[in-house]
Design a protein around this ligand. Structure first.
Ligand code: MLT
Length: 252
């Protein structure tokens, strides 16, 4: 079995993941926010690379059924309906809506995972559900990639820790000796030795958590570490993230 972790989407090629299972992570905050939106009744979340792309996509969707969401420098984008806070994704705001979302790193990472099959959207808040879905896929395919959004093309501690937790949970009987890991995989598992199962401590130690705190979004950091709050798996397929699709359905 092989587990590949990518600390950022930089350097990831379609060939690395084509047809193979991928878990994509942006703990602070995009994947946490997307999962919360879907849990609270959003129909789908469509990741966009940039705000103008999001606006273009939204124009082609049913008016009244679509919301624009996202952030730049943590703050809501001018003219958009919602920011990138999981606390904004209430049932009242999102039920029945398609959300077109552009964030600095997270939505780009999801798009970068496009060639994977399936592409599971992971966070602490749906950790066990993703592990449960991914386990038979890894057993069948012999390989999985875990893609971190990272920060501005660089390493992000909260995502690397989460990647290590997913990797650890997916180790086969016989453990690490039975698995081929890339170097990022080895490093991520070392992080688990440092932080153990303490999601809050690992996530709070990150620069993103500190910056979110300074901007008044400390509660979003707390929300991002509510482990297993949702028992659901979100899948990116045909350019949208939904709960409704079977992760094992072959694409296109
Ligand atoms: C991102 O995609 O870069 C993040 O989700 C940033 C944020 O916390 O809003």
């Amino acid at each position: 079995m092989r587990i590949n972790i990518f600390f950022t989407p930089l350097g990831l090629t379609s060939a690395d993941i084509a047809g193979k299972p991928v878990i994509v992570i942006d703990i602070l905050r995009a994947t946490t926010t997307i999962i919360t939106a879907l849990a609270n009744g959003a129909k789908a979340v469509i990741p966009a690379a940039a705000p103008d792309e999001a606006a273009r996509i939204a124009q082609n969707l049913e008016r009244g059924g679509v919301l624009l969401a996202g952030e730049r420098r943590f703050e809501p984008i001018d003219g958009f309906d919602l920011g990138n806070s999981p606390r904004e994704m209430t049932a009242a705001a999102v039920t029945g809506k398609t959300i077109v979302m552009s964030t600095t790193n997270g939505t780009l990472a999801i798009q970068a995972a496009e060639a994977g099959n399936p592409v599971l959207v992971g966070a602490a808040i749906n950790f066990s559900a993703v592990v449960e879905r991914a386990t038979p896929l890894v057993e069948a395919q012999g390989e999985i990639s875990i893609l971190c959004a990272g920060r501005e093309r660089g390493f992000a501690l909260e995502d690397a820790y989460a990647a290590g937790r997913f990797a650890q949970a997916l180790l086969p009987p016989g453990g690490r000796r039975k698995v081929e890991l890339n170097d990022a995989g080895v490093a991520a598992l070392e992080l688990i030795k440092r932080y153990g199962d303490r999601w809050k401590r690992a996530v709070s130690a990150s620069a993103a958590a500190r910056d979110l705190g300074k901007k008044g979004y400390r509660d979003d950091v707390v929300a991002a570490t509510e482990v297993d709050r949702y028992d659901l798996v979100a899948v990116y397929d045909e350019r949208q993230v939904t709960l409704g699709r079977d992760a094992e359905t072959p694409r296109r």
